[in-house]
Design a protein around this ligand. Structure first.
Ligand SMILES: Nc1ncnc2c1ncn2[C@@H]1O[C@H](COP(=O)(O)OP(=O)(O)OP(=O)(O)O)[C@@H](O)[C@H]1O
Length: 318
């Protein structure tokens, strides 16, 4: 899979009547990495994923999936792509095992190979105990796992996953994370959309942000992620209220924090630092001053902060 070139998208557009669902998408998702597709509700993520999966035709632009064009070569693209929609659709009366075996047959695996692959994937996604139950009785999280297994049946070079973590319990999310990371480490291209930004932060190597149908430029992403952000400061218990500690307030002001915007949160102090450099300087000064700090960390992750920075000016798209 070393020569798998991943996903390349240039100037892609798609409208539904007068709704410009995707108005300008340009980005690359390289092989060997997990790329997050992030955007508010209605920003065009699902529409874009459907076009990448060859299930929807773009109005304009070009797409290459592991080197193949979904418009001119949909069959080639489908053989290279594992597609997991945000809800498991088909075949409620088939069991989990049958669902995977039938999918394997659709990908032209022999009956024996399809059965073996089904058993293998049921184990990978933790559904072996439920293998012979009809898919319709599975819980939402179990259906998500079956959907993921279905996307992996033909060992695709490119995985397109729409909200794969939704409905999963914490243990299943941890397993999903390590599975996606190992699939990427094996040379596959993984593109994941999700609203759970804290989780994407841990899974993804890169992020593509969409706002109102447009993929945001790298420069705008860098600006949104470099702005002011809140940091949580926690003192060792018994050190008093950090928000009422004059020494801390003076040190924060020296580091460039607007102290009028300081706030309390569950006994901690939350301070808006203008930059990571300012936060580092303040931490160093507080430690030097002998303050006993047990936590000093950004309140929101980098993806979440960038997401909020990009969405804030005009609100959410939907
Ligand atoms: N088949 C369709 N017909 C008409 N409008 C559509 C169709 N599919 C999507 N849209 C519209 O296109 C826009 C983008 O929708 P899309 O589902 O791609 O967004 P999304 O980013 O996946 O949203 P969410 O995060 O809520 O799943 C929305 O305004 C939606 O209403």
């Amino acid at each position: 899979m070393a020569d798998n070139p991943g996903i390349a998208v240039r100037g892609v557009r798609r409208s539904f009547g007068d709704v410009n669902a995707v108005s300008d998408a340009t980005f690359e998702a390289p092989a060997g990495r997990v790329t997050a597709l992030v955007g508010p509700n209605g920003s065009g993520k699902t529409t874009l994923l459907l076009m990448l999966a060859s299930l929807l035709r773009p109005d304009a632009g070009s797409i290459a999936i592991a080197g193949a064009d979904p418009v001119s070569s949909p069959a080639v693209v489908r053989s290279r792509v594992g597609w997991m929609p945000d809800a498991l659709g088909a075949w409620p009366s088939l069991t989990a095992r049958e669902t995977l075996a039938v999918t394997g047959r659709l990908y032209r695996l022999s009956a024996q190979r399809a059965a073996a692959r089904a058993a293998e994937l049921l184990a990978v996604v933790g559904l072996t105990d439920l293998a012979d139950r009809p898919a319709r009785v599975l819980s939402r999280g179990q259906k998500q796992r079956l959907g993921l297994a279905r996307a992996l049946v033909h060992d695709p070079a490119v995985l397109l996953l729409d909200e794969p973590a939704s409905g999963l319990d914490p243990q299943a999310r941890i397993e999903l994370r390590s599975l996606l990371r190992s699939l990427a480490a094996g040379g596959r291209t993984v593109l994941v959309s999700s609203h759970v930004l804290s989780e994407l932060e841990e899974i993804a190597d890169d992020a593509v942000f969409m706002v109102r149908g447009t993929v945001v430029s790298e420069g705008d992403v860098a600006r949104a992620s470099a702005g002011e952000r809140d940091w949580r400061i926690r003192l060792l218990p018994g050190q008093g209220d950090p928000a009422g500690n004059r020494e801390i307030v003076v040190l924060l002001a020296t580091a460039g924090v607007n102290t009028a915007a300081l706030r309390r949160d569950r006994g901690d102090l939350v301070a808006p630092f203008p930059s990571d450099e300012a936060a580092a300087a303040a931490l160093s000064a507080m430690v030097t001053a002998g303050l006993r700090i047990t936590e000093f960390a950004p309140v929101a992750g980098r993806l979440e902060q960038t997401f909020l920075g990009l969405s804030a000016p005009e609100g959410h798209a939907s």
